[in-house]
Unconditional design. Structure first.
Length: 249
């Protein structure tokens, strides 16, 4: 499931070490968040930077746009702000909109979209295993890395278990058609939790039998050359320039 985001490639973006790309994306996002919302042109410049990275990484525009749909709930929240926020109001096609709400909605949409797009580009150009190794290289707490690793590895297992339970229900003529069937769905969720818990116990016992002591083996990863760090720093450095100009201008 998680692997479907990755787009195989051999370009310079794909060849960069994962921890270099993680630091670059983090720096870019911090620059975007620090940019004043009134500097509308700056967000256009950020979009151009991401488009350039996508072109170098050969990530299709359609793929990127489809992945941006994950932020739809935030978009819905942002669209409500002009109607519920307080402060001076303006009339637009018969609607009374809050001026501060409009700026707040723009702030959420612009910065949220750019952050999600940067994350999608990171996932599209880096295998999930390399991302975990990159987090390990950056000395993220080992327990968090292990949790993320297990989540990635067993998400498909849990999805397969749920699919088999759905097929079993449908083979017995069940079809959820309204609130009267919510009880069945709730019992299904409970059964899925118990099955996942039991599977987790079996996996844990199997790991203990193979010498697991609470920490996973530390896998080596090259630290990254000066040229690779310089290439990775190009995106956050350009974003920092745009951010500074946004405050000055």
């Amino acid at each position: 499931m998680f692997g479907r985001v990755y787009q195989p490639g051999q370009g310079p973006v794909h060849r960069l070490p994962a921890h270099c790309k993680i630091v670059a994306v983090l720096g870019f996002v911090l620059a975007v968040v620090a940019t004043p919302r009134e500097a509308v042109w700056a967000f256009g410049a950020y979009a151009v930077l991401l488009a350039a990275v996508a072109a170098v990484a050969r990530v299709p525009a359609g793929f990127l746009l489809r992945r941006l749909l994950i932020e739809v709930p935030f978009v819905a929240f942002a669209l409500l702000l002009p109607f519920v926020a307080e402060g001076p109001r303006i009339d637009w096609f018969g609607l009374s909109l809050s001026e501060s709400g409009l700026w707040g909605a723009w702030n959420i949409l612009a910065k949220g979209t750019l952050g999600v797009a940067a994350s999608v580009l990171l996932a599209a150009s880096t295998e999930i295993r390399q991302l975990l190794l990159g987090l390990q290289r950056l000395r993220l707490p080992p327990l968090l890395v292990q949790i993320a690793s297990f989540m990635v590895r067993y998400a498909d297992v849990i999805a397969g278990e749920l699919r088999r339970m759905r097929i079993a229900r449908e083979s017995r003529g069940f079809a959820a058609r309204g609130p009267r069937h919510w009880g069945v769905l709730a019992r299904t969720a409970g059964a899925l939790f118990i099955r996942c818990y039991e599977r987790g116990e079996r996996v844990h016992l199997a790991m203990l039998s193979r010498g697991y002591t609470g920490t996973m083996p530390v896998l080596g990863q090259r630290p990254g050359t000066r040229a690779e760090w310089s290439l990775a720093a190009a995106l956050p450095a350009a974003a920092l320039v745009v951010c500074v100009l946004g405050w000055i201008l």
